[in-house]
Design a protein. Structure first.
Length: 124
């Protein structure tokens, strides 16, 4: 007896391509979990000794920086849109909702700010 989910479903090209995409994502993850049980080799010791702390700190900076910037920009733009009345306000509301404004205006500004921050904290 088949499940109600799979009844009256056809196997078409989209189902097949979706299945292939899922396999391409899942198989490497399964391989990683299988290899967790194996004994570590000299590469792992090198990564653990020299690279892991740096990679972890970089990841932490990216996660916290992204969270802070997203929260700051979101709250600031919501406050500006609520408090002030300016020309093209309806367009800006639509643009903020559709990410159009982000792509046109905010993304270059963020790239510039991130470049400056990276230049300031670049290690010799």
């Amino acid at each position: 007896m088949t499940s109600k989910i799979f009844r009256n479903k056809e196997l078409n090209i989209w189902t097949f391509l979706s299945f292939i995409a899922v396999l391409l994502i899942v198989i490497p993850s399964i391989n990683i979990f299988i290899n967790l049980a194996s004994a570590p080799n000299e590469n792992w010791y090198h990564i653990k000794e020299f690279l892991l702390k740096k990679y972890f700190m970089n990841t932490l900076v990216i996660v916290l920086g992204t969270g802070f910037l997203t929260t700051f920009i979101g709250i600031s733009l919501a406050w500006i849109m609520t408090i002030y009345d300016f020309p093209f306000k309806k367009f800006m509301k639509w643009g903020l909702c559709s990410r159009l404004l982000f792509r046109l205006i905010l993304e270059p500004i963020l790239i510039m700010v991130c470049s400056i921050i990276l230049a300031l904290f670049k290690q010799p």
